[in-house]
Design a protein around this ligand. Structure first.
Ligand code: HH2
Length: 254
């Protein structure tokens, strides 16, 4: 899954793809490099310094590009926590909802996704970081709650992908733990998505700016894939696809 942020303030690529022609060029490039899904976001969810935006502003950022990204021929997911934005994106050809609040922020979200029979990425999140909790217990309890909400709303379990939300409501240590113990989340029997790309926990292991974290991102994504992640969310598609394919080719010789 290649990340396309049409935002001025995303933590690693804010402002780079706000101009529609740049956004489209980046989407085309990611598809050519091997992305199977493009995840389009118009609001930064970074833990510090993100500017909350209205649904209207998100739509203004998405309108010039979404249909053309859909036209590239790979499934498009919409990274938004606002049901109005997700509804518009699904009407415009996006086919997957990426909800960084795991159906738990706005009750209109599960209703909408049930109505549209839309696949949904349920990501773990927390309002407050708490270094003292067992993060795996918290993630599992959150997923159980999201799945209850999904069932009640009429969302088919087959349409749910689970994501531990690396860097969301977690200390860097907890993000590392979530990656180390990812395979425990296989008990839900659902596909797992991991997005570690350029995130802060990498800088906690080796101090670096987001654009200097490609090596750490690839290491985290290979570990995640080996633990069972089926979808990897990345800003650096070519390098990530290459790493995953080489790891798979080696694995096949075992
Ligand atoms: N991470 C980010 C945003 N959306 N969605 C899912 N499902 N999983 C993630 O790990 C995830 C996500 C943060 O990365 P990015 O989009 O680059 O930054 P920003 O939120 O600042 O735009």
């Amino acid at each position: 899954m290649g990340v396309l942020n049409v935002t001025p303030d995303s933590f690693s690529d804010g402002g780079r793809f706000v101009a529609p022609e740049r956004a489209l060029a980046q989407a085309r490039r990611m598809v050519a490099e091997g992305a199977d899904i493009i995840d389009v976001g118009a609001e930064s969810t970074r833990p510090y310094g993100a500017q909350p935006v209205t649904a209207e502003e998100e739509l203004n950022r998405l309108r010039p590009i979404l249909a053309e990204v859909v036209g590239l021929g790979v499934p498009v997911s919409i990274d938004s926590m606002k049901p109005a934005v997700v509804a518009w994106a699904l009407d415009s050809g996006a086919t997957i909802a990426n909800d960084v609040w795991g159906l738990q922020r706005d009750p209109a979200m599960p209703r909408l996704l049930a109505e549209r029979h839309s696949p949904v990425i349920v990501m773990h999140n927390r309002d407050c970081v708490d270094a003292d909790i067992d993060i795996m217990k918290d993630i599992a309890a959150f997923f159980a709650r999201s799945l209850d909400i999904a069932t009640t709303a009429g969302i088919s379990r087959d349409n749910v992908v689970l994501d531990p939300g690396i860097g969301f409501g977690k200390t860097p240590e907890q993000s590392l733990t979530a990656l180390a113990r990812l395979s425990e989340l296989r008990v839900f029997g659902l596909p797992l998505l991991v997005g570690a790309s350029r995130k802060r926990f990498i800088g906690s292991v080796m101090p670096s700016e987001p654009e200097q974290r490609l090596g750490g991102s690839i290491a985290a994504h290979l570990v995640a894939a080996q633990a069972g992640a089926r979808i990897i969310r990345t800003h650096d598609v070519w390098e990530t696809v290459q790493a995953l394919r080489v790891a798979t080719a080696i694995e096949e010789k075992r």
